[in-house]
Design a protein around this ligand. Structure first.
Ligand code: G16
Length: 552
């Protein structure tokens, strides 16, 4: 090791204790590294080193590390880095993460570290601070131990946030880094998070008729802990009924429950079947509580899903009305960001009212696009999302002088929304409280909310292929550029379906290619999805178990 590393003599010894598995190539993807928990030991060690380097680069600002595989099955795990304002790791550092993770030997790793230090001009004498947390997965404690070795090797000061939701970890990063500044974001503790959200919620619903109890499917994940902690603080303002709270039952996490189950299968989790009454609202989190899906059972006993698109429509409409009522219509412009997965009806509904942008899948893309609006509402159909208020907008709200009582009330609501909404990242708990606020103000049940627009029938299918990286897209993932010729075949097929739309993209979190299709009627949406999946299979030579069987 070169001279400047004289204080980091522990790196080789600790790196030897966390050797890379030779047959695996790791990639920092849509949501960090994500694969089987059993093959992530070396990755966690190296992420510890990288987090330390990132903190040094940013003059000792605290960096976050979250150990989670979110909606994935229990055996998977993953890790992602959080930048100082609570946002996702800057894109240019994703390549550094992949480089470190793939260094074959300890000496290759040291060379890679030295190259990053040179390239990013990192002053190693700066301090490094890292806060880390994990979800409830059984592989979590061992992976956190590997991470701690990485932090020790780079002499970073660690702070253990324990078992927390992903959004709480993001909140902690932002509050730690803004502590004592004019941008202070809240108290840098888990309790501070619950107090901030519940306080804002109670102010926003004060004087409103309390809504009937809400069933919360916690996906047998860390959201269950969070719900048990925030419920007492909400008191009578909102009664939550938690289900799927078995965080220590092996195999239960995300199994037959949770936001991804609801969205993908468009079904009620079986465990709720005898609990959700007709007309009652229910919602599902995912394994790390950063996704939210709502639902209810209608009068005909049909399951009705209220996904991220419906949340965007509900919330954007409410915010726009408050801006108008507060007399700020000409000062503050609201915009919406979606992905190609957004239901065609939602895009039509929103675009008739507001500017709407479409970006590739991945919270980081939506977040950055939303930052360009004065108020940016972003939601993925799968339930990830939040609302961002630009610094300028927050100043406008702080200094606006209302001239009527109605303006004053609307302004107060907007100010409280900036406190209720977790602006560092999409957050199932904060989003759930936001939805409940809007429902209370609008006097909406699930049915009225659902009636904002009618979803086009749609279908999501996964195809397991030999190499998902062979699939490359452009135009916000709506067009395939590789494999060559496949997009033309998809277009030909789509033309045969009334209201048809379909696209294909490689997942960034699972080893699959995803196919989305929508059409005017459900059977046609299903048929289109399976036919496109068949094309993908034929093109890429997939696993026989995933060969789409229907309609071929
Ligand atoms: C992650 C990302 C989301 C993305 C989802 C699915 O969510 O944060 O932005 O929508 O993966 O991505 P893909 O289709 O590429 O697998 P999570 O909840 O799994 O962290």
């Amino acid at each position: 090791m070169s001279n400047q590393f004289q204080h980091y003599q522990e790196i080789p010894r600790l790196a030897d204790a966390h050797p890379k598995l030779s047959h695996i190539r790791y990639q920092y993807g849509t949501a960090g590294f994500r694969t089987l928990g059993s093959v992530l030991d070396s990755v966690l060690f190296r992420v510890g080193i990288l987090a330390g380097l990132r903190s040094k680069k940013l003059d000792g600002k605290t960096i976050g590390v979250m150990v989670t595989a979110s909606h994935n099955p229990e055996d998977d795990n993953g890790v992602k880095l959080v930048d100082p304002r609570g946002e996702m790791l800057e894109a240019s550092w994703e390549a550094h993460a992949s480089t470190l993770a793939n260094a074959a030997t300890t000496s290759d790793l040291i060379e890679a570290i030295e190259a990053i230090v040179r390239f990013a001009k990192i002053d190693l004498s700066k301090p490094a601070r890292v806060v880390y947390g994990r979800d409830t997965r059984p592989s979590g404690p061992a992976l956190v131990a590997s991470l701690r070795d990485g932090l020790a090797a780079i002499r970073a000061e660690p702070r253990d946030a324990g078992i927390v939701t992903t959004p709480i970890l993001h909140y902690l990063v932002r509050t730690i880094n803004t502590k004592g500044t004019k941008d202070t974001y809240g108290d840098d503790s888990e309790e501070g998070y619950y107090e901030k959200l519940s306080g804002a919620f109670k102010r926003l619903v004060a004087g409103k008729q309390p809504l009937p109890p809400l069933i919360v499917d916690c996906a047998n994940g860390v959201g269950a802990d969070a719900i048990s902690k925030i419920s007492p603080q909400l008191g009578d303002s909102l009664k939550l009924i938690p289900h799927n709270t078995a965080t220590s039952t092996p195999g239960a996490l995300n199994n037959l429950c949770g936001a991804d189950y609801v969205k993908t299968l468009q079904k009620l989790p079986p465990s709720l079947a005898n609990h959700l009454k007709i007309g009652q609202r229910g919602c599902s989190f995912d394994g790390d509580a950063d996704r939210l899906m709502y639902f209810y059972i209608d009068e005909r006993n049909q399951f009705r899903m209220l996904d991220g698109d419906k949340i965007a429509a509900l919330v954007a409409g409410f915010v726009v009305d408050l801006i108008k009522t507060a007399g700020l219509e000409s000062d503050v412009k609201v915009g919406v960001v979606q992905t190609a997965y957004a239901n065609g009806s939602s895009t039509k509904y929103l675009a008739e009212r507001l500017p709407v942008r479409c970006v590739p899948t991945g919270v980081k893309h939506l977040h950055h696009a939303a930052e360009r609006f004065d108020i940016g509402v972003y939601f993925e159909a799968n339930g990830h999302g939040t609302v961002l208020f630009s610094t300028g907008t927050q100043e406008t709200l702080a200094h606006h002088e209302p001239s009527t009582p109605a303006q004053s009330t609307a302004l107060n609501h907007l100010l409280n929304l900036t406190q209720l909404i977790n602006q560092s990242v999409g957050d199932a708990i904060s989003d759930m409280l936001l939805v409940e606020v809007v429902l209370a103000h609008r006097l909406y049940s699930g049915l009225e909310w659902d009636s904002l627009y009618v979803d086009l029938p749609n279908r999501l299918v996964k195809v397991i292929v030999e190499d998902r990286h062979a699939f490359q897209t452009e135009d916000a993932e709506r067009q395939l550029v590789s494999p060559k010729g496949l997009q033309g075949k998809i277009d030909d097929l789509v033309r045969r379906y009334d209201g048809g739309r379909s696209f294909v993209r490689p997942s960034g979190t699972e080893d699959v290619v995803r196919v989305y299709a929508e059409a005017a009627i459900k059977s046609q949406a299903d048929e289109l999805a399976f036919r496109v999946a068949g094309l993908v299979y034929d093109e890429a030579g997939g696993d026989p178990s995933s060969r789409p069987k229907e309609f071929l």
